[in-house]
Design a protein around this ligand. Structure first.
Ligand SMILES: Nc1ncnc2c1ncn2[C@@H]1O[C@H](COP(=O)(O)OP(=O)(O)OP(=O)(O)O)[C@@H](O)[C@H]1O
Length: 312
């Protein structure tokens, strides 16, 4: 569904996207995860034909993003970070107009608009003019606009930014359902680590315009970080003996061991070493990012959230 080769975008001396090879199969739900300025939006904007690459190539839904822009656009939905929805129309009419712009006839456009209004919780706002909606309501309307023509491939740039937790959960549910029901291929960017972790079956980690990891959240965590098993003992001597027999690292009365399958190891060690306490700490995608780059994504996400609050 997507195939890029050495996809590159430079803005003067900024290498925003620096030679990305990305393949996405039909029906996949892929999250691009990375800090601010990593090149996620620029990648999406090239894939959606909004900006041309500096070099390299990309095919989307079977068509070249430079030479066959129209074909690409007909097959994709794109919800950018800004508000796509207009201001003077009512929400429902805006949706229907968007469907008509994609060549739908009135009846199916109305039916689809009503379906999206229902599933994105837009019932109360469907009859209000867009200019009177709150940021979160506008965001949901934008997403409905991108879905109106039931595209085979949907790009979502930070879809849940600015939504409260309840609406975010609602939106995630809708996205997952959309994919289950229609087999829509979905590529989204996010700075919510939990969102990438819980929704995407594949996470592409981007930093400084390059892909630095690409796998399922589970495998990324197992491969780059692993579970930490911490055993507690009554004395340091006991801990020293346990560290020796288990191959773990002693830290006072504790022994720490890293393993791909912490719960299984913990069960085995509980039986053989009889520790006083046992704890399994499972990694997050942030731990993965930290291991790969030495930086935390959380600090970055916290900064974004703060900016959003100031803007709101
Ligand atoms: N039109 C532009 N002109 C100049 N520089 C740009 C332009 N668009 C993006 N950049 C730069 O390219 C780099 C990548 O930006 P991009 O928006 O793709 O990152 P991102 O990973 O999507 O981050 P964010 O989550 O903040 O949107 C940044 O250094 C950014 O400042």
């Amino acid at each position: 569904m997507i195939e890029t080769r050495e996809l590159t975008k430079h803005f003067k001396d900024v290498r925003a996207v620096d030679g990305i090879d990305l393949t996405v199969a039909r029906g996949e739900l892929v999250a691009l995860l990375g800090p601010n300025g990593a090149g996620k939006s620029t990648t999406l904007r090239m894939l959606t034909t909004l900006i041309p690459p500096t070099s390299g190539s990309a095919r989307v839904a079977g068509f070249d993003v430079v030479r066959q822009q129209r074909e690409v656009r007909l097959r994709i939905g794109y919800i950018g970070q800004g508000n796509g929805a207009g201001h003077s129309q009512r929400g429902r009419d805006e949706l229907i107009s968007q469907g008509r712009a994609y060549g739908m006839s009135v009846k199916p456009a109305r039916a689809r608009a009503d379906e999206l209004i229902e599933s994105l919780g837009l019932a109360e706002v469907a009859n209000r003019t867009v200019s009177t909606l709150s940021g979160g309501q506008r965001r949901r309307l934008d997403i409905a606009m991108g879905l109106i023509h039931a595209p085979e491939l949907l790009f979502l740039d930070e879809p849940s930014t600015g939504l409260d937790p309840q609406n975010r959960a609602n939106l995630q549910e809708h996205i997952v359902r959309l994919r289950a029901e229609h087999g829509t291929t979905i590529v989204l960017t996010t700075h919510y680590l939990e969102e990438a972790d819980s929704m995407a079956e594949r996470v592409v980690v981007i930093d400084h315009g390059r892909i630095i990891a690409d796998d399922t959240p589970q495998r990324l965590k197992a491969k780059h970080v692993g579970d930490r098993v911490i055993l507690g003992f009554a004395s340091a001597d006991e801990a020293a003996r346990a560290a020796q027999s288990s191959g773990g690292r002693q830290d006072g009365t504790e022994v720490r061991i890293t393993d791909e399958d912490g719960p299984r190891l913990a069960a085995r060690l509980a039986a053989t070493l009889a520790p006083a306490s046992i704890e399994v700490i499972r990694p997050t995608l942030d731990d993965v990012f930290l291991t790969l780059t030495g930086r935390s994504l959380r600090e970055d996400a916290a900064a974004v959230t703060k900016t959003e609050l100031v803007e709101a």
